[in-house]
Design a protein around this ligand. Sequence first.
Ligand SMILES: Cc1ncc(COP(=O)(O)O)c(C=O)c1O
Length: 402
Amino acid sequence: MRRQRDGVELIASENYISPAVLETMGTVFNNKYAEGYPGKRYYGGQEFTDAVETLAIERAKKLFGAGHANVQPHAGAPANVAVYFALLEPGDTVMGMDLSHGGHLTHGHPVTYMTKIFRFVRYKMKDVETGAMDYDEMRRTALEVKPKILLAGFSAYPRELDYAKMKAIADEVGAVTMADMAHIAGLIAGRQLRNPFDDGFDIITTTTHKTLRGPRGGMILTREAELGKKIDKAVFPGFQGGPIMQMIAAKAVAFGEALKPEFQTYAMQIIRNSKHLAAFFMDHGVKLVTNGTDNHLMLIDAVASWGIAGGEVERTLDRINITLNKNMIPDDQRKPMDPSGIRLGTPAITTRGMKEGEMDILGNFMLRAIEQRGDDAALASLRSDVTAFCQQFPVPGIDRHC
Ligand SMILES: Cc1ncc(COP(=O)(O)O)c(C=O)c1O
């Protein structure tokens, strides 16, 4: 708790949940087995589990305009795997974003078991200076490899994808469209980024714990209710066992919070903060991948900006209580454990109430630390400044007054 209160969390996939969500995660729902779905369970005694899972489902559908929601995936990775199992036969092809261009491990990294079963083909940005994707190349590849799933989604891409163009390509080759919105679900729910369903996408998968600010968990949404039946079967009994009911209850609470108008204000401020911080860095000669951001995150080319690898920036900032992660940049020549870049984002600090003015303060802390990285005394002094600064911004669920 002290670490979270006394430090600045800039990891783009992290957030602070509300006291209500936190409390729900620790309830006796944990004690109940509820294999199956509301109204169709394998064990008795489901009057409260049915009510709570139905509430989570209904809120999720409302939040994203979905025809069907499965709230049982234990996390984001199993949600993606369940969709693959629902729609693919062994050997079938998925087209997803190149991993060094922002895609996620579950979109076909060779270290994952999914690549032993299915074939993953990648698409990339056309121009890393703007982040524009190469949709012509995507179409050419799709016509050639005939994917069963065209997958949009990323963990480290600071721009928006053109879902309508992707849907047109998918339709041409008969592919199902799937958007893994784990990182930006809260920005879509908060009406700040485009909802892929509005462009006809078939499936959305997401985690519930990043911008969406819920418990750690996953979820699968479909636009058409019919497709939801296949998804439900793939999640249970196809892949998982009993649902984690206290997490589903906490998802219901978090979705209730995200349906409130305040959540839209929160989502808007996340992007404002992110754009402001990105502009601050660029004004100070820092090289951002795609030269800016349209969402909650940004990627910095640390080698180009300061002549040091991402890991050294991560370690330096750890010493002043600012946490972010080293990250690959597009077509990175360095190794995944020692990449050229860093990734940072604003969801957690926005939850603490920081606004544009605080972004300048944070940016200054970071630049000073990087500049003075060999000077232990300077870093120690910066660390107490950072601690004093962030103690002004209460952490929900930790500080009593929020
Ligand atoms: C785009 C995307 N999909 C899936 C996941 C996996 O989620 P989890 O860590 O909950 O399994 C992540 C997490 O980093 C992600 O960024």
